[in-house]
Design a binder for this molecule. Structure first.
Ligand SMILES: [Zn+2]
Ligand SMILES: [Zn+2]
Length: 185
């Protein structure tokens, strides 16, 4: 018999899979528009913070996957489901990730400004969006060997067989920095 808490978790993960694709582009545009047009934040500063937030995601992707998804209770169960059924469309509900990102950027807004935190968050979410798309592609698209995307597919496939390496998905650099990078044979 199936564990009911697991079924509940899987249902939640199934609901969350596609919503990210539709919701987050609007969130990014809304955050940038607010900062530039409403708070009159200079667009070049917004651009720099956008890049900064985007890079910050790469670091977060590595650490959340390595420590949270593979070791923390609850997250471990959900991520384990993905490892056992990589082609199933299981994601983190958008409301949860969005709430977490807003809460985490709140202290930044308090010590800097809403415009700075908003642009940084827009970049961070753009990075997250890149991760979501990359992860979808590597598991669901037919990718020809030797192409740019095939490098990412091999990189992530190795993680699915050997769960102590290649924790990045859309970023490979942090695995190289922290010694967990395994090149495809
Ligand atoms: Zn995967
Ligand atoms: Zn994993």
């Amino acid at each position: 018999m199936r564990d009911t808490s697991k079924t509940w978790l899987i249902k939640l993960m199934e609901t969350g899979y596609w919503s990210d694709f539709y919701v987050y582009p609007f969130v990014v545009v809304a955050l940038l528009a607010c900062a530039i047009f409403k708070l009159h934040f200079p667009w070049w500063n917004a651009g720099l913070l956008l890049i900064g937030g985007f890079c910050l995601w790469g670091f977060t992707e590595y650490f959340t996957h390595r420590y949270l998804f593979h070791h923390a209770p609850f997250f471990k169960v959900g991520h384990g489901e993905h490892h056992s059924r990589p082609k199933a469309h299981l994601g983190t509900p958008t409301l949860l990730t969005l709430a977490a990102y807003v809460l985490l950027s709140w202290p930044i807004a308090l010590v800097t400004s809403y415009a700075v935190a908003g642009c940084l968050l827009a970049g961070f979410i753009s990075g997250y969006y890149g991760y979501v798309i990359c992860h979808h592609i590597v598991h669901n698209w037919k990718i020809a060997p030797g192409t740019f995307l095939h490098r990412y597919k091999k990189f992530h496939d190795i993680h699915h067989y050997h769960q102590v390496v290649n924790f990045g998905v859309s970023w490979m650099i942090w695995d190289k920095v922290f010694g967990t990078y395994q090149k495809s044979p």
